[in-house]
Design a protein around this ligand. Structure first.
Ligand SMILES: Nc1ncnc2c1ncn2[C@@H]1O[C@H](COP(=O)(O)OP(=O)(O)O)[C@@H](O)[C@H]1O
Ligand SMILES: [Mg+2]
Length: 333
């Protein structure tokens, strides 16, 4: 029972407690005197009654504090499910509400951390398992150490290396350890570069670059923007049908620069549109195919775009395919 909950500050509550205690004392003493009891007896009775009243009223004031102490101890043991009763309107109630909000956030952080560890372990285990199997065969003499076997092993090691590099990059981006090296740069050379690198990795998909106006510039960290474009081109090429064309287009407007990467592949379904930017998210078809990454490319791209104060989104393309749109705002000097 918390009769003082409606009062909005500790000061008012203390005042109420004192007034109640004084009122009880006066009442008991005057009733006692009227009934002919000795002053000592009525004073003792008044003292006992007002102490009981104070105990009753103050209990509700301090119980949230005790609850918080217990919940904090539980949290230290890793139990984030506890919440405290935050029904009072005073400073303690405010503290209890802030405490509950903090507990909710900590629980979410804990969930994300667990999920991350599970995902990372899973992604690392796959190449390690296959390396292990091949190495075991080599050691047992079941398989000869021919160049083809060694190349397979090299590919697995490269996959491991790339995954670890991506994870490291993502954690640096998230912690803000590497600040952006912002400057104004010309778009055409950067996009041509990224397209050239992508062409080296594919033979049957065309990559077409266009920039409007021709000498358009953007504000940002060119190395990071290059990384975004490379990740998007990599996905577009991987999902393109043989003989398809991937379009890389940049347009400059007053508000900023829009970079679009369009492909003629299967596209991304409406339900998956927001999920593809999550760490480790891959569609089922991407999960089952052998090539492709661990689902970190778009998560990294979104972080970079966010750091630039920009926006990245997926659009559907007619009749099929997807268009990834990145908008980088102009930085006002
Ligand atoms: N151009 C695209 N067309 C179709 N699906 C795509 C495209 N780009 C990304 N996706 C989907 O989004 C997922 C996440 O992409 P990404 O983060 O780059 O991871 P990864 O390339 O390692 O699979 C992919 O697995 C795929 O399912
Ligand atoms: Mg990718």
């Amino acid at each position: 029972m918390r009769p003082l909950d409606p009062l909005s500050s500790i000061k008012m509550k203390l005042g109420a407690v004192i007034v109640a205690a004084v009122a009880v004392t006066v009442l008991v003493v005057s009733v006692g005197t009227g009934a002919g009891a000795s002053p000592v007896v009525s004073a003792l009775a008044a003292g006992a009654l007002s102490l009981g009243l104070v105990q009753l009223l103050a209990h509700g004031m301090t119980s949230p504090l005790r609850e918080m102490a217990a919940a904090a101890k539980a949290m230290a043991r890793g139990d984030y499910g506890r919440r405290v009763t935050a029904s009072s309107h005073d400073e303690v109630g405010e503290l209890a509400r802030a405490f509950n909000a903090m507990a909710t956030q900590l629980a979410e952080v804990d969930r994300v951390r667990r999920e991350l560890v599970a995902n990372v372990s899973h992604e690392l285990r796959t190449p390690i398992t296959s390396l292990h199997a091949v190495l075991e065969n080599l050691v047992d003499g079941v398989e000869p150490a021919d160049p083809e076997t060694l190349r397979t092993m090299l590919r697995q090691v490269e996959r491991l290396g790339a995954l670890v590099a991506q994870l490291l990059d993502l954690s640096r981006l998230e912690s803000g350890a590497v600040p952006l090296q912002r400057r104004s740069f010309e778009l055409r050379p950067l996009l041509d570069d990224a397209a050239g690198e992508t062409r080296l990795r594919t033979t049957d998909v065309r990559v077409a670059v266009s920039v409007d106006p021709v000498g358009a510039t953007a504000d940002g960290d060119p190395a990071r923007v290059h990384q975004v474009v490379s990740n998007l081109l990599d996905n577009a090429v991987r999902h393109s049908p043989a003989g398809g064309t991937v379009e890389l287009r940049a347009t400059r407007s007053r508000a900023g620069v829009t970079i679009e990467v369009s492909d003629e592949g299967p596209g991304i379904s409406e339900e998956e549109k927001s999920m593809v930017f999550e760490r480790f998210y891959r569609s089922d078809s991407a999960r089952s195919s052998k090539d492709g990454g661990a689902g970190l490319g778009l998560a990294i791209a979104r972080w970079i775009v966010d750091l630039h104060g920009g926006d990245i989104r997926v659009e559907a393309r007619q009749p099929h395919g997807c268009r990834m749109v990145v908008v980088l705002p102009v930085v006002k000097a």
